[in-house]
Design a protein around this ligand. Structure first.
Ligand SMILES: C[S@@+](CC[C@H](N)C(=O)[O-])C[C@H]1O[C@@H](n2cnc3c(N)ncnc32)[C@H](O)[C@@H]1O
Length: 246
């Protein structure tokens, strides 16, 4: 494995695969570090938004090690399908699903968010987490996600964000540029050091290109209505939700 930092711009499926290959083991611990210990709370808020209408079939895109998929199964009566481009992440996810005794409710498969192997309107809710920074064209990805949700179905997402308050923003920059790579390296070695060093600049670049208002526009352009945005933890995370329009 290379010791050089990951390229800040990871907007291709190959790059995204490269980022996540070394991570499945103890991924959730890393996610907690990367989110200042807030990932679980953010995730709960997103799952609450996605399951508010008691869906029967939910798709979790970029499911990784199935943390969100499992929570969807635990907190609703839905059958859950999780998809991800990384077979390595899914392998850990399958083990977690089996350990949780949820094989009959949660199934995982390799698929690209930009070309989902499902018919139109085949799910009645959809979640996606930490995805849009890794795709080449977020507008096209959102259209593809909305396509597989039935009209009226809920769509909810979770992503990192840059705190808007200048004081918290300065603290966030210090954390992401210095502490995060160090903590990543300490907890998980070279692979996590690279991701720790990559993440802050990658988040910055994403929002420079697509400020939050632009995200809302992209959701609308994809045919998603009633779009709500909730900044979490002083703006370090953002949960978005809406419904596929009729
Ligand atoms: C930071 S992880 C998040 C995993 C999971 N959603 C969670 O919150 O624990 C991002 C995931 O996005 C996946 N990913 C990146 N680009 C993708 C794409 N085009 N289609 C599907 N999954 C993708 C990666 O493989 C990785 O597992």
């Amino acid at each position: 494995m290379s010791l050089s930092p990951l390229p800040v711009d990871a907007r291709s499926t190959d790059r995204a695969r490269e980022v996540f290959v070394p991570l499945p083991r103890r991924y959730d611990r890393l996610a907690d570090v990367l989110s200042f210990g807030q990932n679980a709370r953010w995730r709960r808020a997103m799952v609450t938004a996605a399951t508010a209408d008691d869906p029967a079939r939910v798709l979790d895109v970029a499911t990784g090690t199935a943390g969100v998929a499992l929570q969807l199964a635990e907190r609703s009566r839905a059958e859950v399908v999780g998809v991800d481009i990384s077979e390595e992440m899914l392998a850990t996810g399958r083990q977690r699903v089996a350990d949780a005794g949820q094989d009959d409710r949660v199934s995982l498969q390799v698929a690209d968010a930009d070309a989902l192997p499902f018919d139109d309107a085949s799910f009645d809710a959809l979640t996606f987490t930490y995805l849009l920074r890794y795709v080449p064209d977020p507008a096209a990805t959102l259209r593809e996600l909305a396509r597989v949700v039935e009209p009226g179905g809920r769509i909810a997402s979770l992503e990192f964000h840059v705190p808007p308050n200048p004081v918290w923003c300065a603290a966030w920059v210090g954390y992401t540029r210095l502490l995060l790579p160090a903590l990543g390296g300490l907890l998980g070695g070279r692979g996590w050091w690279r991701v720790g060093a990559f993440l802050g600049p990658n988040i910055d670049r994403h929002y420079a290109r697509f400020p939050l208002d632009r995200h809302v526009d992209l959701w609308h352009e994809a045919g998603i209505v009633d779009v709500e945005v909730e900044l979490m933890s002083l703006g370090g995370g953002v949960v978005m939700s809406g419904r596929r329009g009729g």
